[in-house]
Structure formats: structure tokens, C-alpha cells
Design a protein around this ligand. Structure first.
Ligand code: C2E
Ligand code: CA
Ligand code: CA
Length: 739
């Protein structure tokens, strides 16, 4: 039995009993016997009793019912109580001197009887207590299936309990909280299910610890989501903090899991318990989109968003009728060749609402997914997209476009025919349409989805699994799923590049996909750093603001025309190479060293955080004499220098070979105070270069450095580093000069 059961089923620690008895003397006897143990209320007539039950049934633990009442017969009262599902659970003990009536009342539903004249007080007590406990246990058995894993309440019981709590603590301000583990499925992937289970258990215990004293209750709603109902507090961070358990065995500096928390503070008790947690959940989702803080508090603007949602739903039919929805196309580039090649586009819907302006699909798509309108919207968008692809084809521009298929569409038995018809109607090939199916669809009812996907593929549609890394799938699922490409979730990609850049997981996923020969697509790619890292890891296709935002059809057409010249060029020059022949021809890497080349440097430098870097330019001393001995020796020497540089700088620093014998390093997140560290590095580089492998000549570097926070800048940071280098060279010795 739940440990704090008592506090919930009692009023001020005492259970409440309704005594229905018209004779004052009997009333008094019962009062004397029971008043120390129970909270008593009395009714003198049958009708009074029924009124009382109607208003207070949720807090009543027992009814003691006399059969001889002035208005209704006790049996009639009993009948009415048992006929109403709201009151049925309240146990009734009948009090009568009539043996016959005892039997009748038991058959109607009384649980026990107390004969008149009354027996010994302790007999009355025993009967009452036994009855109450019996019924409460029954109640609890009905509700309690605790969560097997954590031993916390399951959600049904939890909701019931929370409602019960409110009844007894009407004036207490309460908070509803939702806690969720970030990327929990990834923890499962990485450390195994068993480990994940252990973590959840641990988290559950810790959350309970945090709120137990205050009288809070906790449940695990599903997978990695915990609910807390707790008397109001002002600071929530300690709960979250305490819940973020360590990931043990994760290497030298143990990292902790990350969680997010949504709070609906001082709940409105007029709305039902489940909806209160919906609101807290809504706040949790805010955390997802705004990563600056891990805790979000529900406020009325979010509530307004509910009202806003209602308006969008209402406006939907007119929006379809009046063609307020348009379709934009966002380019996807194949980045594995020498130059990025425009390879396809994703159709993304836009809503230009007459009063609200542009409404983001991030808002209305999830909403329409919930209420089913999405299907109509999708049909609309697919049709627009198919018509557009047909038009482009006629204009001699063949480019596949991917359309988004919602989960609900996947259950539509006519889906395949529907898409078929579009293909025929607009004179397309099946391979002109790619279908993006969200990852979570696969895990939901995988058999059904998989057979739908198979059917679509047999027809010739290409399937891309969308949002991979966001849902609950397992990595080894990709090996068995029928898909043509894996599209990494935007948040998943982005997280890898956050503050403390950690791209290992990303690399694992891309590597795994590669080993299964499934190409990967990364979306939401915004910076040169992301782009190059992904490319280097072997990601095949990149989509994101780095290349282009989603564009209206005409703009996309112009963009693609412009780009296709590049494509032609690429095709004629590298057609004899397989597309997986990666770095041989590469616009961004130096073929000798594999370091970034000057084009890449331009982009990297442009993109760098100019306030927190150091630029370091290094020139190889007496390179000409090495070159005179032949190209081969020069290249081998340069390769060795490159290797030494790679070893000496951190992976977050970008190293480029700018010219034949000139290298640049963009060191990120450094300040002038770290000057001596840079000197040290250069010194060690030069030591290594002075002691090369046997077959290479000894070399050295002259280095000029400039820091973002240098005191009197003359030019930009690159120019100032160059000035420092020239000063260094004038000295005619190797070493390092700071601007
Ligand atoms: P999604 O399918 O994951 O689409 C990618 C979203 O990322 C698009 O947002 C796109 O504009 C945005 N995006 C692309 N590159 C970048 C970038 O570099 N940085 C950032 N910050 N964002 C980038 P959008 O268009 O707002 O769509 C949001 C979501 O709405 C889509 O996510 C998709 O789930 C849904 N959606 C959009 N159009 C449709 C549609 O026609 N049908 C269905 N069923 N869903 C759609
Ligand atoms: Ca998509
Ligand atoms: Ca996506």
C-alpha cells in the first residue's frame, strides 16, 4: 500500500463517515463511540443523506445507514446510492433491528450490518475499520499497478491520487511538473537498455527524494517522462539538479545526463488533473526549442497558444479553399564530390494567414497532426509539389523533390494509389518524388508501416527516414528497415556542435549508416564548421541555411539553374570517379596534406567567432632549397609539417595550408592571456621539425600570431598576424612573434 495513503484518504488525518439516523439518541451513541477516531457528519432523513452524498461523495469513507427513516425507506436510499456510479464505491453499513431487512440490504449492496440495539463499542469499531480498509484496498488494487521499473505510481493512479489530494487540501497551492530526459534513447543506444533502465530507476528515486518531504508525489508517465505533483515552491532547480544523475563508466570525467523540466506553477484546480500536466508538458516543449535554460514555467502566453491553436483549426478550411498555403523548396546538396552538388529539394509548406501573417509549420503541423487535419494539408502540399516538379521537368529541369509524409498518412490504405495518381497526372516518374517518413512512425506500429514502405519502394519511390535521432528508435533498426536514406534530426546534429562540441555520436551514426550502405542527410546545417565536419565524417547530403533557406518555387528555379552549371562541370570532370572516391578531388582540401585549403580558409575565417580567436600564420624557412631538390621531397616534407601541426593543435582549431609553404591556424576560444601557451606550442613544433624522420630535411617555422583581444589592432586579425610574421622574418631566426 502506498506509504502516504493515509493522508489522502483522510481529512485532517481522519476519515469521514456519514451517519444517517433520525433518532437523536442513537445519533448520540454513535457520536460518542466514533468521534475520537472519525470525522462525523449526520443526516436526519433519506433525502438529506442523498443530498449530502451528492455534494461530498469524494471525501466519504463510509455511510452508516438506518433503515427506518421518516421520509424514504433506508433500502430505497441504498438502492439509489448503488445505482449511481459516482457513489457506488462508498461502502454502506446498514443499522437495523430487523433480521429480514439485513438480508435484503446485503443483496442490494450494503457491505455489512450493525444490529440494533448496538453491540459493544469495540465491535462497532472493528466492523467499521475492517469495512473501510477493505474498500480502500480494493480501490487501491484497482488503481495501483505501480510502474514495475521504478516502483513509482503509474499515471492512472497518480492522477487519481492528485485529484484526491486536492479534495482534502482545497486551499493548498500546488505545482504540476514534468521532467524529461534529453535524448534518452541515445543513452539506451550507447550503453544498452539495461543500463538505461537502471538510470530511470535512479532518476525516479531521486525525484521522489526531492519532493517527498514537501508531500509531493511522483510517477513515471512513459519511458523517460516523470510527473510530480507537489505543494507550491518557488525554486525548482534543486529538483532538476538532483535528478540529473551521473552516467557512470563514461570515461575520466564522468558526465551527467541532461534533463528538461516544465512547470505549471500554482495550478488552477478548476481544470482537471491531466490537463494540468498537459500544460506543464507544454512548458517542457518550450525548453526543447529554447535551449538556454532547462526549466520552463507555463504561463498564459502558452495558454494563449492553446487558444491560438483553436483559431488555427477553425481557419483551416478557408485556408485550403483560398490557397493561403504555399510550398517552398529547400535545396539539398550532395557534398561528397569535389564541389557540393544540388541533388534534390524538400517541399515545405508555408501558411500566409490573412490576419496572423506567416504562421510557422512548426506550430500548425504538430497541431494538425494531433487532430487529423494534416492529411488534408499533406494532400494539398503533395499536389502542389508534384505539379511543380512536372512544370520544372517541362522546362528541362529535372530535380527530385521530397515531400513529408505524416504518420497518419502511413495508415491510409489509399496512400500508395494516391501518390501513384499524382505521378501519372503530372507526368512524373516515381523517382522524382522522395518520401520523408518520420522516424517515430517506424517505431509506432512498425509492421504496418514497414509493409506500407515496402509497397511504396516497390513502386519506385525513394524513402528517407526523417528526424532520425529524435525519436525512440534503436540504431540497429536501420539495418532491418526498408529505407533509402537516413535523415538526421536537426536537434541531434545541432547538439553535437553545441558549446562543448562532441561529435562522437554523430560519427557513430553516420559510420553505421555507411556500413549499411544507407546514405545520410544532415539538415539544419548552418555553419561552415558543421558542414566540413559532417562532410569529413562521411555524411552524404547536407540541407540547411548554410546553403540556402527554403525558397519560393520561382526563386528555387533560378537558384537551381545557376547551380546546375556547376553540376554540369562536376559531371564532365569527375564522371570517371565513383562518388565515394572521397577526397581525391576536393574543392576544400589540400590534396597533399588533406588540410583545409585557401578556399576553405576563406569560409572558415568568415565564419569564425572574431572575438575569441587567435590567428597564427606559419611560414616554412628556406623552403626554396628543399624544393630545389625535387617536388617529391618537398611534398613529403610538407606532409610531415602538416602532421606535426595536426598533432600540436586541438581538434577544434582549424588548420589550413594557405599556399605552398604557408600554413594558417585559426585557434578558437583563446585570448591574449594564453600567449605563453601559444609560444610553447610553436616551440615544440619547431623542435619536432628539427628532428624529422631520417629521410627528411630538418625544417623550422617562422610564426606570426594575433589575438582577438590585441590592444591596438591595425588591420583585421589576419592582416595583423601577417604583420607579426613579417617582423619575425626580419629577425632571421625561427620562432614566434605576437602582434
Ligand atoms: P522538417 O521536416 O524536419 O523540416 C526541416 C525544417 O528545418 C524546416 O522548418 C526548415 O525550414 C528548417 N530548416 C532547414 N534548414 C535550417 C537551418 O539551417 N536552420 C534552421 N534553424 N532551420 C532550418 P519548417 O519549414 O518550419 O518546418 C518545420 C516542420 O514542419 C518540418 O520539419 C516538418 O516536420 C513540418 N512540415 C513542413 N512542411 C510540411 C508538409 O508539407 N507536410 C508535413 N506533414 N509536415 C511539414
Ligand atoms: Ca522533413
Ligand atoms: Ca526533419
Amino acid at each position: 500500500m502506498p506509504d502516504n495513503n493515509l493522508t489522502f484518504h483522510s481529512f485532517n488525518g481522519r476519515r469521514r463517515i456519514l451517519i444517517v439516523e433520525d433518532e437523536v439518541i442513537n445519533q448520540e451513541i454513535l457520536r460518542m463511540i466514533l468521534q475520537d477516531t472519525y470525522e462525523l457528519v449526520t443526516a436526519l432523513t433519506g433525502q438529506e443523506a442523498l443530498d449530502h452524498v451528492a455534494s461530498d461523495h469524494e471525501t466519504l469513507s463510509l455511510i452508516l445507514l438506518d433503515l427506518n427513516l421518516p421520509d424514504l425507506h433506508g433500502l430505497e436510499v441504498l438502492k439509489r446510492l448503488k445505482a449511481d456510479p459516482r457513489f457506488r464505491r462508498i461502502p454502506v453499513i446498514v443499522m437495523t433491528a430487523d433480521k429480514e431487512a439485513e438480508v435484503a440490504s446485503l443483496t442490494i449492496g450494503a457491505i455489512d450490518f450493525i444490529p440494533k440495539p448496538y453491540p459493544q463499542p469495540k465491535v462497532i469499531h472493528a466492523r467499521i475499520l475492517r469495512t473501510i480498509e477493505l474498500c480502500e484496498d480494493r480501490d487501491i488494487i484497482r488503481w495501483t499497478e505501480r510502474d514495475q521499473l521504478t516502483g513509482l505510481y503509474n499515471k492512472e493512479y497518480f492522477y487519481h491520487y492528485a485529484a484526491q489530494f486536492d479534495l482534502y487540501h482545497k486551499d493548498m497551492a500546488m505545482d504540476a511538473m514534468v521532467l524529461n530526459v534529453n535524448h534518452f534513447h541515445m543513452i539506451n543506444e550507447r550503453y544498452g537498455r539495461k543500463y538505461g533502465d537502471g538510470l530511470l530507476k535512479n532518476i525516479g528515486e531521486r525525484v521522489r527524494e526531492s519532493v517527498k518531504e514537501a508531500g509531493g508525489i511522483v510517477c513515471r508517465r512513459e519511458a523517460d517522462t516523470f510527473l510530480v505533483y507537489c505543494p507550491h515552491r518557488t525554486d525548482y532547480s534543486d529538483i532538476l539538479e538532483h535528478a540529473c544523475v551521473k552516467l557512470s563508466g563514461t570515461g575520466k570525467n564522468e558526465s551527467r545526463i541532461r534533463m528538461r523540466m516544465g512547470v505549471y506553477s500554482e495550478v488552477d484546480k478548476m481544470i482537471d488533473v491531466e490537463r494540468r500536466f498537459d500544460r506543464a508538458k507544454l512548458a517542457t516543449d518550450m525548453v526543447k526549442t529554447n535551449y538556454t535554460s532547462a526549466i520552463a514555467i507555463y504561463d498564459d502566453s502558452l495558454h494563449e497558444s492553446e487558444i491560438f491553436a483553436a483559431q488555427l483549426i477553425e481557419d483551416f478550411p478557408a485556408a485550403i479553399r483560398e490557397k493561403q498555403f504555399t510550398v517552398c523548396y529547400q535545396p539539398k546538396f550532395n557534398v561528397q564530390g569535389r564541389e557540393p552538388v544540388l541533388s534534390s529539394a524538400e517541399a515545405l509548406v508555408r501558411w500566409n494567414h490573412p490576419q496572423l501573417g506567416n504562421v510557422s509549420p512548426g506550430v500548425f503541423v504538430p497541431l494538425f497532426e494531433k487532430n487529423g487535419l494534416i492529411q488534408e494539408l499533406d494532400h494539398y502540399v503533395w499536389r502542389e509539389a508534384a505539379a511543380q516538379v512536372g512544370e520544372w521537368k517541362k522546362a528541362q529541369m529535372s530535380i527530385p523533390v521530397s515531400i513529408n509524409i505524416s504518420r497518419i498518412d502511413m495508415y491510409d490504405p489509399d496512400l500508395s494509389d494516391h501518390l501513384d495518381n499524382l505521378v501519372h497526372e503530372f507526368g512524373l516518374d516515381h523517382k522524382d518524388l522522395f518520401l520523408e517518413v518520420t522516424e517515430s512512425a517506424y517505431t509506432e506500429d512498425s509492421d504496418q508501416i514497414i509493409s506500407t514502405v515496402k509497397e511504396l519502394r516497390e513502386k519506385g519511390f525513394k524513402i528517407e527516414m526523417d528526424d532520425f535521432g529524435a525519436g525512440y528508435s534503436s540504431l540497429n533498426m536501420i539495418s532491418t528497415l526498408p529505407i533509402d536514406a537516413l535523415k538526421l534530426d536537426m536537434e541531434f546534429v545541432r547538439n553535437a556542435f553545441k558549446e562543448r562540441k562532441d561529435t562522437r555520436l554523430l560519427e557513430v551514426v553516420i559510420g553505421l549508416a555507411e556500413s549499411l550502405e544507407v546514405p545520410t542527410i544532415a539538415e539544419g546545417v548552418e555553419t561552415a564548421e558543421q558542414m566540413f565536419t559532417l562532410k569529413t565524417m562521411g555524411c552524404d547530403v547536407v540541407q540547411g541555411y548554410y546553403f540556402s533557406r527554403p525558397l519560393p518555387a520561382q526563386e528555387f528555379y533560378d537558384f537551381a539553374r545557376e547551380r546546375s552549371r556547376g553540376v554540369q562541370h562536376e559531371l564532365t570532370h569527375s564522371s570517371h570517379r565513383s562518388s565515394r572516391d572521397r577526397y581525391t578531388f576536393d574543392a576544400l582540401h589540400d590534396p597533399v596534406t588533406g588540410l583545409y585549403n585557401h578556399s576553405a580558409f576563406d569560409i572558415l575565417f568568415y565564419d569564425a567567432d572574431k572575438d575569441h580567436i587567435a590567428v597564427l600564420i606559419a611560414d616554412v624557412n628556406e623552403y626554396e632549397t628543399i624544393l630545389e631538390e625535387g617536388r617529391d621531397l618537398a611534398d613529403r616534407t610538407i606532409r610531415y609539417i602538416a602532421e606535426v601541426l595536426r598533432q600540436s593543435f586541438r581538434s577544434v582549431d582549424d588548420i589550413c595550408r594557405l599556399r605552398e609553404d604557408e600554413f594558417v591556424v585559426i585557434m578558437t576560444r583563446v585570448t591574449g592571456s594564453m600567449q605563453s601557451l601559444v609560444f610553447d606550442k610553436v616551440k615544440r613544433v619547431n623542435e619536432a621539425l628539427q628532428n624529422p624522420p631520417e629521410d627528411l630535411p630538418a625544417t623550422s617555422l617562422s610564426v606570426g600570431v594575433a589575438f582577438s583581444d590585441r590592444e591596438h589592432p591595425e588591420g583585421d586579425i589576419f592582416q595583423d598576424a601577417d604583420t607579426a610574421l613579417n617582423r619575425m622574418k626580419e629577425k632571421e631566426s625561427c620562432g614566434c612573434e605576437v602582434f
